[in-house]
Design a protein around this ligand. Sequence first.
Ligand SMILES: [Zn+2]
Length: 173
Amino acid sequence: MKYAREFMLPLAGLPLGETVYTFDLEHPFFVLNEDEEVTEAKVHVVLVLNKHENMIELHFKAEGWIELPCDRCADLYHQEINGEQQLILKYGETYEEESDEIIVIPPDLHEFDIRHLLYEYIILMLPYRRVHLEDEEGNSGCNPEVLHRLEQMQSEPVIDPRWEALKKLNNLS
Ligand SMILES: [Zn+2]
């Protein structure tokens, strides 16, 4: 697995102060994290790590896009990714996730795997509603054929099944 080592931060060997890492996450990264929805992706992550005597500060900044199926028309589209996340690794007795932003790690921990964290951060940056963007004139970027069909479906009268049953009863008498 190409990605396995890349996401291990060598905590023990780090000098005090700032170290900068960059990651270019593409399709295999998301598949390794069992996200089969993602077919194409290009997300650039800059991680600024700041090591102090008693803790390590991590600051992640992600920018790029992920290809996803649109919630409205089901065609694939590029969802923009843009966000930041902070994490503090605090030295303590045993490993413990204190909160989303604080993890306690034992002082003798040599390496710290950030692969799942990166994945979670990026997924959290996705909007709740995942649809094509509108163009400059405010037109939907969705597949026009699908939109047309959706409109047709909405304008067809909905027949209440209870009303239909009642009509049948009336005809019988
Ligand atoms: Zn769409």
